[in-house]
Design a binder for this molecule. Structure first.
Ligand code: NAI
Length: 364
C-alpha cells in the first residue's frame, strides 16, 4: 500500500496539463503517493447534476489532503465557484499563499519573502447577494432606511459583507501559529477599519486582542490600511513578512504579491482547515492556453511542495524546490511566460512537459 493517498482534482483549462507535470515531478522525487483522481467542475454537471459531486468531498474528507488544478467558473450558468464551495464545505478557513523570489524568473525584485494568510470563509466572498430590483433587495433597502442606517438607491444590487469575531480569531491565530512554526518575525493585519468600522473595524479589534495572546511569542504585530499596503508592497516588498487579511483583500493582494515574484505562473497556495487541506495554485484555468502544452506548471509544482511538507515529506519537498530553483536559475528550458519576463521575448521557450522534464533531470 502506498504511504500516502492524496485526492487529485486535475480541474479544467490548463489544469490537466499542469497537474500531470506536477505528479511526474512529485513521483520523480521518490515519494510513495497514490493519487485518488476525482473530477469537479462544469464537465461533470451532466453526469452528476452538480459541479461538486459528493464523492469528491468524501474523497478529500477520507484522505485529509488534496491537490487540485484550477477549475473554471462559467459566467452566467447559475452555479457558484466550485473552488469557493470546496473551501466552504470543508471549512478550509485559512488560505496560505507564500510569495518568495526565485532567481531566474525575471521578476522585478530579488528579495521578496512574504506570506499571505487570507480568511477563506466570509467577507464579500460569502456570496450573499441581492439582485437589483429583486424582492430581497427592496426589503433590505426598506429595512436599512427604516433603521436610519442610510439610503440606498432603489436601482442598486447589494452584496453583503459579514466579518465575525470567531472567524477573525481563528485566522489571526492561524497567522501567528504559522509565524511561530516557520521562524517568521512579524504579523501584519491588513484592513480598511477607518471606513468600515463594523466589519474591518471588528477585524482589527479582534486581531489586536489575538496579538495580545501572543505577546510573549516574540512575533511582532502591526496593522496597515489595505491601500497603503498595496503601495508599500510595490515600493518595499522586502519589508513584509506574514500578512493576515479578510477574504477579498486577501484575494487581491495575493495577485499583487504574485506579480512581485514574476507572475501567476509561479505563485502557489494552500487552503487549510482543522480537518483537511487542499493545495492549489493562485492562478485560474487560463482557458486560452488550454491543451496547448504552454502553461507554466511552477505554481502547481510549488503547491505540491507545500503539500509534501504538510504530509511530513520535508526532504522530498526540499528536493523538488531545489530542482525548480536550479532550472529557473540555470536552464534555458523554461515556459513562455518566464522566457518573456527574462528576455522580453518568448523565443526559445519550451512547453509544460519539457519544463517538467528539466526539473526531473535536475533531481537526478
Ligand atoms: P487566470 O489566472 O486563469 O489567467 C489570467 C492570466 O494569467 C492568463 O491570461 C494567463 O496569461 C496567465 N496565467 C495564469 N496561469 C498561468 C500559468 N500557469 N502559466 C502561464 N500563464 C498563466 O485568471 P482568469 O482569466 O481571471 O480566470 C480564468 C478562469 O479560472 C475563471 O473561470 C476563474 O473563475 C477561474 N479561476 C479558478 C481558480 C481556482 O481554481 N482556484 C482561481 C482563479 C480563477
Amino acid at each position: 500500500m502506498a504511504k500516502h493517498t492524496v485526492t487529485l482534482i486535475p480541474g479544467d483549462g490548463i489544469g490537466p496539463e499542469i497537474t500531470h507535470a506536477m505528479t511526474r515531478v512529485v513521483e520523480a522525487a521518490g515519494v510513495d503517493i497514490e493519487w485518488e483522481r476525482v473530477d469537479a467542475g462544469a464537465e461533470v454537471m451532466d453526469r452528476y447534476g452538480t459541479p461538486l459531486p459528493d464523492h469528491v468531498l468524501e474523497s478529500i474528507r477520507r484522505n485529509k489532503v488534496a491537490i487540485k488544478g484550477p477549475i473554471t467558473t462559467p459566467v452566467g450558468t447559475g452555479f457558484r465557484s466550485v473552488n469557493v464551495a470546496l473551501r466552504k464545505e470543508l471549512d478550509l478557513y485559512a488560505c496560505l499563499r507564500p510569495s518568495f523570489t526565485i532567481p531566474g524568473t525575471g521578476a522585478r525584485y530579488d528579495d521578496v519573502d512574504l506570506v499571505i494568510v487570507r480568511e477563506n470563509t466570509e467577507d464579500l466572498y460569502a456570496g450573499i447577494e441581492f439582485e437589483e430590483g429583486s424582492e430581497g433587495a427592496k426589503r433590505l433597502i426598506e429595512l436599512i432606511a427604516a433603521d436610519g442606517a442610510g439610503t440606498i438607491r432603489p436601482d442598486s444590487g447589494i452584496s453583503v459583507k459579514p466579518i465575525s469575531v470567531s472567524a477573525t480569531q481563528r485566522i489571526v491565530r492561524f497567522a501567528f501559529d504559522y509565524a511561530i512554526a516557520n521562524g517568521r518575525k512579524k504579523v501584519t493585519a491588513v484592513h480598511k477599519a477607518n471606513i468600515m468600522k463594523h466589519t474591518d473595524g471588528l477585524f482589527l479589534r479582534v486581531a489586536r486582542e489575538v496579538a495580545e495572546e501572543y505577546a510573549g511569542s516574540g512575533i511582532e504585530f502591526e496593522d496597515y490600511i489595505v491601500d497603503a499596503t498595496c503601495m508599500q508592497l510595490v515600493l518595499h516588498p522586502e519589508q513584509w513578512d506574514v500578512l493576515v487579511l479578510p477574504n477579498l483583500y486577501g484575494d487581491i493582494v495575493s495577485d499583487l504579491a504574485a506579480g512581485l515574484i514574476g507572475g501567476l505562473g509561479i505563485a502557489p497556495g494552500a487552503n487549510i482547515g482543522d480537518e483537511c487541506a487542499v493545495f492549489e495554485p493562485v492562478h485560474g484555468s487560463a482557458p486560452k492556453y488550454a491543451g496547448k502544452d504552454m502553461a507554466n506548471p511552477t505554481a502547481e509544482i510549488l503547491s505540491a511542495v507545500l503539500m509534501l511538507k504538510h504530509i511530513g515529506e520535508r526532504e522530498a519537498a526540499e528536493r523538488v524546490l531545489a530542482a525548480v530553483r536550479t532550472v529557473l536559475a540555470e536552464d534555458v528550458r523554461v515556459t513562455y511566460d518566464i522566457m518573456r519576463t527574462r528576455t522580453g521575448s518568448t523565443e526559445g521557450c519550451v512547453g509544460t512537459q519539457a519544463y517538467a522534464d528539466a526539473i526531473i533531470e535536475a533531481m537526478a
